[in-house]
Design a protein around this ligand. Sequence first.
Ligand SMILES: Nc1ncnc2c1ncn2[C@@H]1O[C@H](COP(=O)(O)OP(=O)(O)O)[C@@H](O)[C@H]1O
Ligand SMILES: [Mg+2]
Length: 289
Amino acid sequence: MNKLEFVRGGESTERWLGTKLVSVISGKGGVGKSVLAYNLAERMVASGVWVLLVDADFCCGNLHILTNQACQHGIIEFATNQLTLEGAKTIVAENLHLLASPTVSANRRLFDPKAASQLLTRLRREGSAYDVIIIDHSSGISEAASAMAQASDLNLITVVPELTSISDGYGLYKHLVESGNAKHCQLLINRTIAAEEAENVRNKIGAITDRFLGRPLDCIGSVPEDRVVRNAVASQIAIAKYDSNSKATRALSTVAQTIVRELFKDRIETVSGNEKSVNIEPAVADTRE
Ligand SMILES: Nc1ncnc2c1ncn2[C@@H]1O[C@H](COP(=O)(O)OP(=O)(O)O)[C@@H](O)[C@H]1O
Ligand SMILES: [Mg+2]
């Protein structure tokens, strides 16, 4: 089978080339990283993207619970070279695979920045059949998280509209800027109660990052507060499966689409009639079987 193909209106086909790594990070815990990582992955898969979801929270992994998978192994066995990606992954649904974190590891070497960037290099290599690899991180600022952010194509700094979360999100971004690892960061706002609130947080963070760091943090989108999220978590299913027309589902679909467009904007090949226009920085071989 070819790498991802989208047929639009029967006239043209777009092929998105290469594998992109997206890290979901935050300063503060409990802001919705795991829920968003899973549900953005689910929305991407629903639109034809092949996704590997990675639980990089070595101590408090949640993705196997959110996706309702009774797996015994995953990221630790992969990171310590006991298993290949093929052997360590769990199939959640068609085109949605999970590298879970169902056990707690006290292996300090896993938290080493060098080990973290090696982990991402291996994910890229062994995960080259996926279009997008979404990595759900533990909360906080660490050297390992910085190394992973540096090696990602997009870092989603997740905040909720609370002063403490905004402050910790700013602190994380500042750390990444000062350590030279702030390449490709975007703000993702969760649990907004109105469009004005999202706008307000977006403007506030944009202004303070511009003023104090000289690097304004742009916002990729927002997801509203919605009771459906809690219900979907309790039922261990994706939000869209719980309620396909909820506010949260619609917002997640929009954000997922924006992320995919952003990731592949320089690597889209359009085939229209007899014309073929290629917009790729180096052309990559299409290797998916
Ligand atoms: N948009 C939302 N609306 C309502 N509740 C939400 C929303 N996003 C997250 N939550 C709630 O917050 C809880 C914590 O989210 P989680 O993804 O575990 O946070 P993190 O991974 O950042 O620690 C979820 O279990 C869910 O109940
Ligand atoms: Mg989490």
